[in-house]
Ligand binder design. Sequence first.
Ligand code: COI
Length: 364
Amino acid sequence: MSALDISVQRRPDPATDDRLAQILAKPGFGVSFTDHMLTVDWTPDAGWHDARITAYGPITLDPATAVLHYAQEIFEGMKAYRHADGSVWTFRPEANGARMARSSRRLALPELPADDFVATVDALVQVDERWVPDAEGEKSLYLRPFMFASEAFLGVRPAKHVTYMVIASPAGSYFAGGLKPVSLLVAEHHTRAAIGGMGAAKTGGNYASSLAPQQEAIDKGFDQVVFLDAIERKYVEELGGMNLYFVHDDGTIVTPELTGTILEGVTRASIMELAKSLGHKVEERRFSLDEWRHGVGSGRITEVFACGTAAVVTPVGRLAWQDQEVDSSVAGDAGPVTKQVRQALVDIQYGRAEDTFGWMHRVL
Ligand code: COI
């Protein structure tokens, strides 16, 4: 049970039905935000306090606020789904809460108890319920809990004032191209994280460091960048915002093992269980770029897909490194295992299939 007492101050001027309908018809990703936001403050003496839901809007920060200088920040990504009967659900929120607690420890931020995490997300979804899109077109309400060092202080030490917030944004497909295979360029001059670094934490710094190589990939005509391990520059890690899966010709699927440098994706972990239940053998192990390119070339690897909360399950097509390239799309489309895994996952999320794993959490 959460000990937080969340006050709610509803805004007097929520979005009109017309404006809301317009946004929900074509939500895009991360561009429109709901009427409200949730905020909780933390200090060493008072702990977590003053939990409140207020009108969504800009926040004022002192120019010396620590997060602006030293990036002491973490976040989560999750979604609320509307089922056909009108009920609203989140997917494994306690897994996101547990990961946020792990990220807190790495970034020297205070831990928000898992029950409080779930309660805050539920509370915002309940207040902004009309922003949860209908299920058709696989839309959802993307939820972004985040925590940052809000103390105005330029010394380098863990902040003594921390702010936790949740904002929400209706979401369609993360990629403008929908379910079309994405193209990837291997990062040859940049790595994302090294052992002992903060690669496993969901912190803004990891995403900031991915931006230059990501932009390089876009400038060269690719959708995303693939990061390799920082020591041997040989093993595949992740895409910066998505984990990877490799489907083999015998139905085995392989995902790079967690070595502290890869984000511990909730979707990644769920697919591991789901794929096993669908009869696939699943392996978590080191997976080299050579194994990828030779495997696609020889037919041993039949499909590659990326996954994440925002991207769900997204097929991978072209993979390029130096001046070479292979294509693991199936005639320019997603392959059958990618489609099967994706369908099984979204059917649970949207309440179209029985949730035998106990993953769904009812909010409304
Ligand atoms: C997510 O999938 O929710 C992410 O956090 C990835 C990205 C949008 C930052």
